[in-house]
Design a protein around this ligand. Sequence first.
Ligand code: FES
Length: 102
Amino acid sequence: MGFRKVAELDALRDGGVTGVEVDGVPIALFRQGNEVHATHGICTHALAFLKDGYVENGTIECPLHQGVFDIRTGRALCAPLTQDLATYAAKVEGGDVLVDLE
Ligand code: FES
């Protein structure tokens, strides 16, 4: 399917996280200046939406048990996490945020 528009850059808070849904899949978008990173939107530990988490220094802290993931690589950085988060290719074009879910 390739890249498709999922948001407008201006709608994303710089340094924050925004949740969107693409084909029923929850996605977390992380804006860092004019760059955006995309991960799966649900924690790998239990059912918590990362859009409600806390972004700091390139990481997202889960709102439920404070597990921390790297937002670029999806790597699980601490307990209680044991599984990395899926990441997706993302890019910004003409003010649009595009994500490739494959
Ligand atoms: Fe995210 Fe437990 S649900 S750390």
